[in-house]
Design a protein around this ligand. Sequence first.
Ligand SMILES: *[C@@H]1O[C@H](CO)[C@@H](O)[C@H](O)[C@H]1NC(C)=O
Ligand SMILES: *[C@@H]1O[C@H](CO)[C@@H](O)[C@H](O)[C@H]1NC(C)=O
Ligand SMILES: *[C@@H]1O[C@H](CO)[C@@H](O)[C@H](O)[C@H]1NC(C)=O
Ligand SMILES: *[C@@H]1O[C@H](CO)[C@@H](O)[C@H](O)[C@H]1NC(C)=O
Ligand SMILES: *[C@@H]1O[C@H](CO)[C@@H](O)[C@H](O)[C@H]1NC(C)=O
Ligand SMILES: *[C@@H]1O[C@H](CO)[C@@H](O)[C@H](O)[C@H]1NC(C)=O
Ligand SMILES: *[C@@H]1O[C@H](CO)[C@@H](O)[C@H](O)[C@H]1NC(C)=O
Ligand SMILES: *[C@@H]1O[C@H](CO)[C@@H](O)[C@H](O)[C@H]1NC(C)=O
Ligand SMILES: *[C@@H]1O[C@H](CO)[C@@H](O)[C@H](O)[C@H]1NC(C)=O
Ligand SMILES: *[C@@H]1O[C@H](CO)[C@@H](O)[C@H](O)[C@H]1NC(C)=O
Ligand SMILES: *[C@@H]1O[C@H](CO)[C@@H](O)[C@H](O)[C@H]1NC(C)=O
Ligand SMILES: *[C@@H]1O[C@H](CO)[C@@H](O)[C@H](O)[C@H]1NC(C)=O
Ligand SMILES: [Cu+2]
Length: 607
Amino acid sequence: MFLPSFGLVLCTLVGSALAKTRLFEWNVTDIDNLDVDKSGHPRWVMGVNNQWPIEPLVVDYGDQVIIKMSNHLRDNRTCSLHSHGIFQRHNGYMDGVPQMTQCSIPPGSTYYYNFTADQTGTYWVHSHDMSQYPDGLRTSFVINNPNEPYDYDEDYIISLTDWYYEPFYKLVPEQFVSWHNPTGAEPVPDTGLINDSINSTFKMEPGKTYRLRFVNLGAFNNYDIMLEDHNMTIIEVDGIYTKPQEVSSIHITTAQRYSVLVTAKNSTDRNYAMTAYMDESLFDQVPPNYNPNITAWLSYNSNSPNNYALPVDEINSYDDAELQPLYDVNWGEADHNVSLWFDFFTLENGANYAEINGKSFKYPKVPGLMIANSTNYDDYNMKPITYGPYTNAFIFDYNQTVDVVIDNHDTGKHPFHLHGHVFQVLERGDENAGEYNDQTEHKVYDHPIRRDTIEIHPGSFVRLRFLADNPGAWLLHCHIEWHMESGLVATFLEAPDRVPYITAPEFVRRQCIMQNIEVSGNGAGNTYNISNLTGAPAPPGEMPSGWTSKAIASVAMCVLAACIGMGSIVFYGIQVQPLTTEEPDDEEDIKAAVKENAADIMSPSEM
Ligand SMILES: *[C@@H]1O[C@H](CO)[C@@H](O)[C@H](O)[C@H]1NC(C)=O
Ligand SMILES: *[C@@H]1O[C@H](CO)[C@@H](O)[C@H](O)[C@H]1NC(C)=O
Ligand SMILES: *[C@@H]1O[C@H](CO)[C@@H](O)[C@H](O)[C@H]1NC(C)=O
Ligand SMILES: *[C@@H]1O[C@H](CO)[C@@H](O)[C@H](O)[C@H]1NC(C)=O
Ligand SMILES: *[C@@H]1O[C@H](CO)[C@@H](O)[C@H](O)[C@H]1NC(C)=O
Ligand SMILES: *[C@@H]1O[C@H](CO)[C@@H](O)[C@H](O)[C@H]1NC(C)=O
Ligand SMILES: *[C@@H]1O[C@H](CO)[C@@H](O)[C@H](O)[C@H]1NC(C)=O
Ligand SMILES: *[C@@H]1O[C@H](CO)[C@@H](O)[C@H](O)[C@H]1NC(C)=O
Ligand SMILES: *[C@@H]1O[C@H](CO)[C@@H](O)[C@H](O)[C@H]1NC(C)=O
Ligand SMILES: *[C@@H]1O[C@H](CO)[C@@H](O)[C@H](O)[C@H]1NC(C)=O
Ligand SMILES: *[C@@H]1O[C@H](CO)[C@@H](O)[C@H](O)[C@H]1NC(C)=O
Ligand SMILES: *[C@@H]1O[C@H](CO)[C@@H](O)[C@H](O)[C@H]1NC(C)=O
Ligand SMILES: [Cu+2]
């Protein structure tokens, strides 16, 4: 059993007296023909200073961190950097979200991400521009604690990721948000990597205790991680110390982090497998001969072979909502409740989108923080509509305690992340528990864990609580990168009336102006009449009622299979009339065909 040593906590101030400035010079560069898993699939990746993998950032508590990020990418590509899990308190222009906290960094420009490392633990940094990070622009980020409450001899940063052979800028429009894919099936990763390799080894020495910092840098998948014949003791999730919890496996979604302590064995006769099992339940279809199991090794003896672990019958992952923080906080009862639901729908263009409370997210024309900064009169910046009709904006007063219920109407798992905060996980429903209902009994956690990313079970809910003490514009979103692209995003505007007191360096506005992006006004870029949202970015229109994704899928399948003219056909129990006599061959045609036939489709409620 590993027990924290509380005595050391008192001397925190001594550590911060030694604070230093840590400057990281990052030229973001293209790297061609990298065969990451030695499979004969070389591909382009986004690296730093012509290197990939990108070296993890490691600093000490109290350091001033400056990442001087220069865009050296070709093909007119922009970029940005979000420090995931870092609060950026009163420093919202450093959160790295294009069109929310800055404009994306134009080619040839430099953004200085500048913040104080006033948290400790395991984090990561990644581009938040379009869907870039799965193409390589991400790495782990560790802030060491000079007054570490747990004892260990060494730590290893161990990243996990899913890996695609095609870049996301192609996959998203061609295979995902497309009328070819009306049900929104996510492309399956080609492989997975541990520490950006298929062959990682971690040296183990008898008698030592190791802190393994697992970081999921992936785009889509979650993993269950097991160490052959070694238990693990969880001590940290998402930068928050936990009470020690011994487990045989951990479940880690994209964007989550876990630190575990592992005691090395005394004997060095053999090596042991570390296996990360991909969750195939996320895939609509598992490709034939797919290997979901990624392996690395705990190496005690370099002369011994690295054998694969024997298959396990069942993975009993610990329920991470049961974890308890080492230090509790009490934010009192809720001053403000927010209730969200989300689901996926096929919209008018035949592609699949996510909706939160019925709206698929679109970024505003003016970055969210600049809307708050420039509409600070007549209460405009305290009204959600000012930020645009499709930003799913919610406004909180300064220091309110906010409870957020999220109902998952979808049949998949979704890891939700809130920027600028950790939240308490007050309640989490089991799979298919249905919507949250405050009248029914739930397991409420007395010592709720705090973290920044939580998996919501299929057909179920979570209730989260956070303290709105950080004026700014913070995204709440599913961290499956595919679902970012389909609009599974909301905007939490905290004390927007205080945003004008947050300072931004001069280059922040300049980089917007360079790209002809408005730096003031409402979500539609309207500076004169703030209540006029005409021209605000909007998702495609809704389908006429009665159309479900599956009905549309059947039409698309029909079109693709050239089965037109067969008379009435029934797919998924919904009657679909023959479309047209000709096979539609482009997006416009399918839109027209879908509309033309809408009247003939019975709505599910009529059946
Ligand atoms: C980044 O690029 C600039 C301009 O080419 C160069 O002067 C600088 O040395 C590069 N920095 C690093 C860390 O490679
Ligand atoms: C680069 O992108 C910007 C912003 O999208 C656009 O205004 C500009 O015309 C593009 N330049 C080139 C050379 O493609
Ligand atoms: C970083 O921020 C600190 C504190 O606000 C400031 O003193 C310093 O000049 C900034 N450095 C850069 C390079 O922006
Ligand atoms: C992880 O990979 C990097 C190279 O990308 C290497 O420098 C580092 O030592 C590896 N970590 C461990 C614990 O082996
Ligand atoms: C994995 O590492 C072992 C030992 O370092 C080496 O013999 C083997 O060739 C490597 N395999 C691959 C696919 O890189
Ligand atoms: C792991 O923990 C389980 C349950 O406490 C125990 O039965 C098992 O012996 C432990 N395994 C190792 C390798 O310590
Ligand atoms: C290793 O040996 C030491 C000393 O004999 C003993 O105290 C310890 O429990 C052993 N550790 C393990 C994991 O067996
Ligand atoms: C992956 O591991 C699981 C659990 O041990 C096992 O049941 C499954 O057969 C493995 N799959 C492959 C393709 O090796
Ligand atoms: C904000 O709320 C917290 C928790 O209720 C309280 O401890 C703190 O004093 C408040 N801060 C301010 C500035 O009101
Ligand atoms: C928030 O919701 C809870 C549970 O439904 C309720 O008890 C509480 O009164 C609500 N608080 C506010 C401020 O609406
Ligand atoms: C915020 O507004 C002030 C004036 O109202 C302006 O000087 C400042 O540049 C704005 N900041 C940003 C980042 O737009
Ligand atoms: C609203 O804005 C649009 C676009 O800027 C403009 O065409 C329209 O006249 C405005 N309407 C009103 C009532 O101001
Ligand atoms: Cu999702």
